[in-house]
Design a protein around this ligand. Structure first.
Ligand SMILES: Cc1cc2nc3c(=O)[nH]c(=O)nc-3n(C[C@H](O)[C@H](O)[C@H](O)COP(=O)(O)OP(=O)(O)OC[C@H]3O[C@@H](n4cnc5c(N)ncnc54)[C@H](O)[C@@H]3O)c2cc1C
Length: 382
């Protein structure tokens, strides 16, 4: 007997489950089935995510996506009945480049127009607030106190539990290896040796987005790139409660967990595409050079673990969200290092598109068909 549904969602990561949740909440009785190749939800990119949420983007569309998502994070624990350890520590973006400083200044003007407070700090003020930073080569930085962290495990688990309460089915160990189409429309998928039929299929396969799209004959120029995270034992000089600090010139970032453990990384900008999350130890010396140049106390730091995750990046640095040329077949992914923080907005917008409602923002700049003349070399760096 073939299985049927109203909507099939491929991938039970934070994006797939957010889409399922928003669809189920909007339309009671909708039969939604999420197909996940792994044995549990949230086992893909979401499992490696460091949980940052920021408003500070040079692209106004990304600011809008955070503006839509942020209130969901604020009420997530109460609404989903699951803790996400939301902490409003802010983000501090540093630069020694006049061009980047000007970009930060313009970004802050845009944020101010949207009633989001962010301040431009001179190097001496940065040194006063964060004495563990080397600031000699800096021209300034931008600090937004609203930027935050939340626990990715809690968010994906909260979505999953709420989806189940709303009647969403989640099938594990069910890898989609075919998409059934006909007359330019999607009809269903082939997964785990069975056929599933539905008039709507949403591809939320994370780093596999482009591969799953190809099953429907759709070419999506998203590509998977590895990102390494260096876990370092707490350092007395670097207290918990400080903002996420990112050096825009080198990519290096510092994120301090509640217990003082440091998560560091961001210096692996020039890796080649690939789906293998194996750690590349040859990147360590370059990382250490950039990290200790910004935080000299890291000379004394003890790296306890290195792990790697995969982010799906697009040529223009924006995610992909919308219906493809195959009617009823949607893609939602390619959000790079922002897919977690924007998952609430992505879920809400996708649900609106599928149900024929007006979404909270015009998603056409994210449309899957927009890539005609850009190359992966243009991909966004932060
Ligand atoms: C090291 C690191 C740090 C990050 N930090 C941040 C951060 O601070 N803030 C932020 O916003 N973002 C961050 N990100 C990015 C964020 O993790 C991703 O954008 C987000 O998790 C993507 O969610 P997803 O649901 O699209 O993908 P995934 O979590 O990968 O989920 C996709 C799911 O699809 C399944 N799947 C794939 N193919 C198939 C198939 N054929 N059939 C069935 N199932 C399939 C996979 O098993 C997977 O479970 C980070 C990423 C990394 C790697």
């Amino acid at each position: 007997m073939p299985k049927t549904a109203d909507v099939l969602i491929i991938g039970a990561g934070v994006i797939g489950l957010s889409i399922a949740y928003h669809l189920a909440r909007k339309q009671t009785g909708l039969h939604i089935v999420v197909l996940e190749k792994e044995k549990m939800h949230g086992a893909g990119s979401t499992a490696q995510c460091t949980g940052g949420i920021r408003h500070q983007f040079t692209n106004p569309l990304n600011i809008q996506l955070t503006k839509i998502s942020y209130p969901y994070f604020l009420r997530f624990a109460a609404e989903m009945q699951y803790p996400i350890y939301f902490r409003k520590n802010g983000y501090l973006l540093l630069t020694g480049s006049a061009t980047r400083l000007q970009a930060l200044r313009e970004m802050n003007e845009r944020l101010a127009d949207l009633n989001i407070a962010a301040e431009l700090l001179p190097p001496d003020e940065i040194a006063r607030r964060y004495p563990f930073l080397h600031t000699g080569d800096l021209l300034g930085g931008s600090f937004c106190p609203l930027d935050a962290y939340a626990d990715p495990y809690g968010v994906v688990e909260g979505y999953y539990r709420q989806c189940r309460r709303l009647g969403v089915e989640v099938l594990y160990g069910t890898q989609v290896d075919g998409i059934i189409t006909g007359s330019g429309e999607v009809k269903g998928v082939r997964a785990g040796g069975a056929d599933f039929y539905a008039p709507v299929v949403v591809n939320a396969a994370g780093p596999h987005l482009h591969l799953v799209a190809r099953l429907a004959g759709v070419d999506i120029p998203a590509a998977p790139f590895r990102r390494q995270v260096y876990v370092c034992a707490p350092l007395p000089a670097v207290p918990p409660g400080i903002p996420l600090i990112a050096d825009l010139d080198t990519g290096f970032y510092l994120h301090v967990e509640k217990n003082g453990i440091l998560l560091l990384g961001g210096t692996d900008r020039d890796t080649s595409p690939g789906l293998q999350p194996a750690v590349d130890r040859s990147l360590l010396p370059f990382f250490v050079e950039k990290a200790t140049a910004r935080i000299p106390a890291l000379e004394e730091g003890q790296i306890t673990r290195i792990y790697a995750g995969i982010r799906s990046l697009t040529p223009d640095g924006l995610g992909i969200l919308g219906e493809t040329e195959v009617s009823g077949f949607y893609c939602a992914g390619g959000f790079g290092g922002n897919g977690f923080m924007h998952a609430p907005a992505i879920g809400m917008i996708t649900a609106c598109l599928v149900l024929g409602e007006k979404p909270p923002l015009d998603p056409s700049p994210l449309s899957p068909g927009r890539f005609m003349s850009t190359s992966l070399a243009d991909k966004a760096l932060f």
